[in-house]
Write a protein that binds this ligand. Structure first.
Ligand SMILES: [Zn+2]
Length: 224
């Protein structure tokens, strides 16, 4: 469903351009920052309204700017708002900015779709990891069922990450050797993505809690 066209159109805009307006979609994160960026007909990211907003991408931990193209937290400063300006407002949304040319001809930089929230971030052995990264890897493996659980512990001063993975019923009956090989395969694929080697435990389908979000997917026992 597209947005309805604005009530008043800039008269300088061509009819062709005006016809495209209903296809534009707003990038809004839970209504926090509507009108910050819009998708053009090429749909390869969202052009930031840079005459209204100064957008920065920072490392959520250090607050330092990250290199172009890298994912970090979107920080916004309003340029035209007078009564209630925002100065380097931390949105908590994770995304990346690209300056590469867009076929539509607009020169405003683009942000990629929101990749997650900073609140979901886990820091394991100094590496920033998001449950969504683990989920994306697991969901690509056909033998894996829908639920997984990440546990974080500290043993001898080192973070240990355990990923419990549900196997589909037909797979969990396989022999010990092939299950072990499968476990190593999951471990390898996770490591390639998150750069930390997790302990992988295979469990039967239906044994892990269902649901979405960090609350259901991550158990952090490191503070206890
Ligand atoms: Zn464009």
């Amino acid at each position: 469903m597209g947005q309805p066209p604005p009530a008043r159109l800039d008269s300088a805009r061509s009819a062709a351009d005006a016809a495209l307006i209903p296809r534009f979609r707003k990038a809004s994160s839970r209504g926090l920052w509507p009108g910050v960026a819009f998708e053009c007909p090429y749909q390869n990211g969202l052009h930031i309204w840079e005459d209204n907003y100064l957008a920065e991408i920072v490392d959520p931990d250090s607050g330092e700017a990250v290199p172009e193209g890298e994912t970090g937290e979107l920080v916004l400063t309003t340029l035209q708002r007078e009564a209630m300006p925002l100065l380097r407002y931390r949105t908590g949304d994770l995304t990346a900015i690209t300056t590469s040319p867009c076929p539509c001809g607009r020169t405003h930089r683009r942000i990629s779709r929101i990749k997650g929230r900073t609140d979901d971030m886990m820091i394991v052995r100094g590496v920033n990891i998001f449950p969504r990264q683990v989920e994306e890897i697991l969901m690509r493996i056909p033998e894996v069922a829908t639920n997984y659980l990440i546990s974080l512990d500290r043993r001898n001063g080192l973070d240990v990450m355990t990923v419990e993975v549900e196997l589909r019923k037909d797979v969990s009956r396989r022999d010990h050797e092939s299950l072990e090989a499968f476990q190593r395969k999951i471990q390898r694929e996770l490591k390639n993505e998150i750069l930390v080697t997790p302990v992988v435990e295979l469990v039967d389908q239906g044994t892990l809690p269902a649901g979405q979000g960090k609350a259901r997917r991550v158990v952090d026992r490191r503070q206890i």
